[in-house]
Design a protein around this ligand. Structure first.
Ligand SMILES: Cc1cc2nc3c(=O)[nH]c(=O)nc-3n(C[C@H](O)[C@H](O)[C@H](O)COP(=O)(O)O)c2cc1C
Length: 315
């Protein structure tokens, strides 16, 4: 099985990615960058370029992701990304957020099927890099997928990564495994599955149901348990010390690169929304982490958490 780390805006940037690679490096075949909004601007935003600079991603297989519905913008941004040394770019057709969807980007683009077809025709005809696609199964109805797959099948997509929810689901409800099953039969391109694999048990159930799937992309499950792949592959329980060292590395690197306590705390709080689920009796600690206004308070809560609580075996 190949494992990919899903792109997660605000969470899986290069600081997190490098720490993950350093502490859990055996596990991930590809990391995907949180989306870069491709627009007319000739230059990247500092945050965006920093995230994909080769010197910030050494030893990591990274696939930069673009969000746009404009072929010209995709193409000129692809050329710049290629100059950095990348040979695959991922197209975001999944983002469900209101501000993105209202501009017909991300999963909003799925509702403009003719425009999507023309867009794909233009970007594939240029063949600047390989292009993979990360998609939901529709905007409003799962059945939209039958039309979408006919469009996708017209192009040599490096990999079709399917998160089988519709835009309206956001992250609610369950992935639609019936449509995913159909996708496996209908897609002419290689398919990767993404959605709700949080534990070794989820993985076992999924792979028993879909033995032909060779590639899985994991997001929230890995943010919760960064050692999830070892758990999946050989039942290795996450060690508290390893998680602490991993945390400390991310925290130190944010302190070095971000300006001010507030920004560092904001980043760490986002991460703890997931990581806290690995701990026993976690509620009161999460409350305190969320409340922390100074690094001093944060440090105290984190050292208490690691000292007083155990890592849960989530299976
Ligand atoms: C906070 C957050 C940020 C995300 N950012 C991105 C993104 O930048 N690009 C993208 O394609 N998907 C993004 N996603 C979706 C994830 O990549 C993934 O498809 C989703 O979490 C489902 O997979 P999971 O169940 O393994 O978490 C984001 C999801 C969350 C919760």
């Amino acid at each position: 099985m190949n494992f990919y780390f899903a792109p997660m805006e605000g969470l899986t940037g290069y600081i997190y990615r490098n720490a993950h690679h350093a502490f859990f490096n055996q596990s991930i075949n590809k990391y995907f960058s949180p989306f870069i909004a491709a627009n007319q601007s000739e230059s990247f935003k500092t945050r965006e370029i920093n995230d994909i600079l080769p010197e910030n991603n050494q030893g990591i297989v990274l696939v930069p992701q673009l969000l746009t519905n404009n072929a010209k913008d995709f193409i000129h941004t692809s050329k710049k990304i290629k100059l950095l040394g990348y040979n695959e770019i991922n197209l975001n057709l999944g983002c469900p957020s209101g501000t993105v969807v209202s501009k017909y980007r991300g999963s909003g683009f799925l509702s403009k099927k003719e425009e999507l077809d023309v867009f794909l025709d233009e970007i594939f005809s240029q063949s600047i890099t390989k292009i993979s696609v990360k998609t939901r199964i529709g905007k409003d109805q799962p059945e939209e997928f039958y039309e979408l797959i006919q469009i996708f099948n017209k192009y040599p997509i490096e990999e079709l990564i399917i998160h089988p929810r519709i835009q309206k689901d956001f992250y609610k409800n369950k992935p639609n495994l019936k449509i995913f099953q159909e996708a496996l039969t209908l897609s002419k391109n290689p398919v990767c599955y993404n959605g709700d694999i949080f534990t070794g048990k989820d993985y076992k159930e999924f792979s028993a149901k879909f033995p032909s799937v060779e590639t899985l992309m994991l997001g929230r499950g890995l943010l919760t348990n960064p050692g999830l792949i070892s758990d999946i592959l050989d039942n290795t329980k996450l060690e508290k010390k390893l998680l602490k060292d991993f945390h400390d590395k991310i925290y130190d690197d944010y302190k070095k690169t971000l300006y001010g306590e507030k920004n560092v705390l904001y980043k760490m709080k986002e991460l703890w929304l997931y990581m806290i689920l690995m701990f026993s009796n976690n509620e009161k600690y999460l409350k305190r982490i969320k409340k922390a206004e100074r690094l001093y308070d944060y440090n105290e809560t984190i050292s208490n958490l690691f000292r007083e609580q155990d890592i849960l075996e989530i299976r």
